[in-house]
Design a protein around this ligand. Structure first.
Ligand code: BJW
Length: 265
């Protein structure tokens, strides 16, 4: 792609955003890659070193809860050192711009990531579809502690840790395969997708459902799909604007252009 072609795509994306009332950004692991957090699939991804069914399924947790906790504590350590990158910061700026440019304008981030970096970047309208690594809950659904609680521990005295109310194993507050997504989060996300004039899809392979339905819902209801990824994904076939590049480079360029178009400093 030439520099001119890239500039045209950025202008096209910015035009769509400026002319939209409701915009959502649907993000995946790729947006946090430039913060030093590994993605899941592909070369260097987490699934190269771990079997997904061992560490990200209820069956895996039942079989070896210690291994699952070791996997998540390693990730907590890595995420604790990470900071929001220019891609996260650009989406936070976009939310502010939407807040300031019209009562009916709405901007939401709907993320599959558990790393909390969108909130750290300053986004307030964030829907977390797959949980949050800084929360823990009791694995016994009947226990009071099955409601997620903030937990920044990197080490526990015993692994797997046990609930101090009922003695069952504690578990990370994340969504594994074959588990339902938090009902409110997925309902709100689907509702926003159906009213979105545009969805900015960033750094996701788009293969994990039901999350990956989001851009399809938006598209079906007439919303435009803008996608940013370093390579084509499962969603690219429905993208109106596909910009091949790193989120931390492309998103700030789009936001810069949005500001020029609406005359904001
Ligand atoms: C860059 C970049 C840069 C790199 N800039 N880009 C319908 C059809 C088919 C299957 C199903 C279906 N419905 C349900 C299923 C089954 C299953 C599923 O989807 N399976 C498919 C994989 C086959 N889904 C489920 O099981 C879900 N639950 C469910 O459906 O429950 C039903 C139920 C109802 C009632 C009772 C019981 C059950 C749950 C899915 C949970 C997924 N969990 C994980 C782990 C979360 C916790 C954790 O983080 O550990 O979520 S798996 C993992 O994948 C994680 C991610 O959020 C998710 C998506 O990955 P993501 O973000 O797309 O990352 P990558 O690595 O795949 O891609 C990174 C991308 O970034 C790449 O494209 C790069 O090119 C790009 N990139 N650097 C821009 N700098």
């Amino acid at each position: 792609m030439s520099i001119e072609e890239l500039a045209d795509l950025i202008k096209e994306a910015a035009n769509i955003i400026v002319n939209s009332e409701v915009v959502i950004s649907f993000t995946g692991a790729g947006i946090s890659a430039e913060s030093g957090i590994p993605t899941f699939r592909g070369s260097g991804g987490l699934w190269e070193n771990y079997r997904v069914e061992d560490v990200a399924s209820p069956e895996g947790f039942k079989k070896n809860p210690k291994l699952v906790w070791e996997f998540y504590l390693e990730r907590r350590k890595k995420i604790a050192k990470a900071k929001p990158n220019p891609g996260h910061l650009a989406l936070a700026e976009l939310e502010k711009i939407f807040e300031e440019t019209g009562e009916n304008r709405k901007f939401y981030v709907i993320t599959q990531n558990i790393d909390n970096l969108h909130k750290e970047a300053g986004n307030k309208n964030v829907i977390e579809l797959h949980g949050n690594i800084w929360y823990t809950r009791c694995s016994n659904p009947a226990c009071e502690n099955s409601k997620p609680f903030l937990d920044k521990k990197m080490e526990y005295e015993e692994l797997p840790p046990r609930c101090d109310i009922c003695g069952s194993y504690l578990r990370p507050h994340v969504v594994w395969f074959n588990e339902p997504l938090p009902q409110d989060a997925i309902n709100d996300a689907f509702a926003l997708a159906s009213e979105a004039d545009a969805v900015i899809v960033v750094g996701t392979s788009g293969v994990v459902f039901p999350a990956a339905y989001i851009p399809y819902i938006a598209k079906e209801r007439g919303g435009k799909v803008i996608e940013i990824n370093i390579e084509p994904s499962a969603i690219t076939k429905i993208s109106d604007v596909f910009i091949m590049g790193k989120a931390g480079i492309v998103l700030p360029e789009i936001v810069k252009r949005v500001k020029e178009l609406i005359g904001v400093e």
